[in-house]
Design a protein around this ligand. Structure first.
Ligand SMILES: Nc1ncnc2c1ncn2[C@@H]1O[C@H](COP(=O)(O)OP(=O)(O)O)[C@@H](O)[C@H]1O
Ligand SMILES: [Mg+2]
Length: 363
């Protein structure tokens, strides 16, 4: 097996619990050294897929290769993977070193090497000086570091992390995200990270698989998912997006598609094939819309709207408007300065955006 082959290759993975199918044919690869996230709402099958990678669950159908080897019949403790669980199961009666060393109990190495590896893991997760401290004397963030160190001490090829930061408060979680990313770069191990938090996935990942009800909807970089969502569900799940529904009325040879709906006629870029009459949505990010007193020129994107509320957020302002035609709510983000703020209570505003800021997606 060459070093450039994917570290994880999944083909046609199906998982059924009785009559319930929770994974519907999962097919994708994870490359060596990637920070890869599985992102999706609760219940979409993220943990189940991670447990299949770990060998804790068996797939009902399909094949899984890790590091070029079939994992069929390979038990969890014989796989080159290690898992960090959502609730960090560390032993309260053991100290930090003993907890981390516990990860090595099934590996035949000398005491001296074990001590060296534990010390290295302690330093990786920045717990120096706390080796003799009992687990129950640690903060939530420190306990999570112990759980990470215990998984890293075995030097797995793949580290599987199931919402490992979800029990931490927001500030600590953001700190740990940065540390986790730096740690992954340092050790160079492939991380497969499960989260339902899109901001967390965008912050951490090289690539993300967006999952919904047992299907993978799209796999892309954070930028790719944000700028080129494949469909309406991904567009709504990643960041904030305004969606206007309609029917396709025109398709230009350059890939520009026009749709007509209750809020107006919109032109944008399409990646999938459409034909006239197809149901579609025009999708536009809040930061791509400009608020204007005048209607756009003929053929340009525009929505007639009324301002409901503006909020000043320091570095930017958010404006909530409603379409005068349909009452649909529209979110616009502008700069923070007073000139960017439309006059409060103003009627008869127009929202403009350029063709290349609008995506036409299948509905
Ligand atoms: N052991 C099990 N038996 C029956 N159903 C299960 C089992 N484990 C998970 N499920 C179901 O599979 C679906 C996916 O669960 P899970 O993988 O935990 O989702 P997620 O981690 O994305 O929240 C859910 O509907 C869940 O209830
Ligand atoms: Mg889960």
């Amino acid at each position: 097996m060459t070093q450039t082959a994917p570290i994880i290759a999944m083909s046609g993975l199906v998982k059924r619990f009785g009559t319930l199918t929770v994974l519907h044919g999962i097919d994708f690869n994870i490359e060596r050294g990637e920070f890869f996230s599985l992102l999706g709402p609760s219940g979409c099958g993220k943990t189940t897929l991670l447990r299949i990678l770990a060998g804790i669950e068996q797939p009902s159908e399909g094949a899984l290769l890790i590091d070029g080897q079939s994992m069929s019949g390979v038990p969890a403790n014989k796989r080159p993977t290690n898992m960090v669980f959502q609730s960090y199961a560390i032993f309260p009666h053991l100290n930090v070193e003993e907890n981390i060393g516990y990860g090595l109990k099934n590996i035949a190495i000398s005491r001296a090497e074990a001590a060296e590896r534990v010390a290295e893991a302690i330093s990786l997760v920045k717990l120096e000086g706390l080796g003799k401290r009992n687990a129950h004397q640690l903060s939530g963030g420190q306990r999570q570091r112990v759980a990470l160190a215990r998984a890293l001490v075995c030097r797995p090829k793949v580290l599987l992390l199931d919402e490992p930061l979800s029990a931490l408060d927001k500030k600590l979680r953001e700190e740990m995200q940065l540390e986790l990313r730096a740690l992954q770069r340092t050790v160079g191990i492939t991380f497969v990270f499960v989260t339902h938090d899109q901001e967390e996935a965008l912050t951490l990942s090289d690539r993300i698989a967006v999952m919904d009800r047992g299907h993978v909807l799209q796999i892309d970089t954070p930028r790719g998912l944000y700028e080129r969502p494949a469909n309406r569900t991904v567009a709504e799940f990643i960041g904030s997006m305004n969606l206007f529904s309609g029917r396709v009325t025109r398709i230009d040879p350059d890939g520009t598609v026009e749709i007509e709906g209750a809020e107006g006629t919109f032109r944008g870029t399409a990646r999938s094939g459409f034909k006239a009459g197809d149901a579609a949505v025009a999708a536009v990010r809040p930061e791509r819309i400009r608020i204007n007193a005048a209607a756009p020129e003929a053929g340009a994107n525009g929505v007639s709207a009324r301002l409901q509320a503006s909020s000043y957020l320091g570095d930017r302002s958010l404006h909530v408007l409603t379409s005068t035609a349909s009452g649909q709510q529209i979110t616009v983000q502008s700069g923070p300065s007073a000139e960017d703020m439309p006059a409060a209570g103003a009627g008869g505003l127009w929202l403009h955006w350029p063709t290349d800021a609008g995506l036409i997606l299948p509905d």
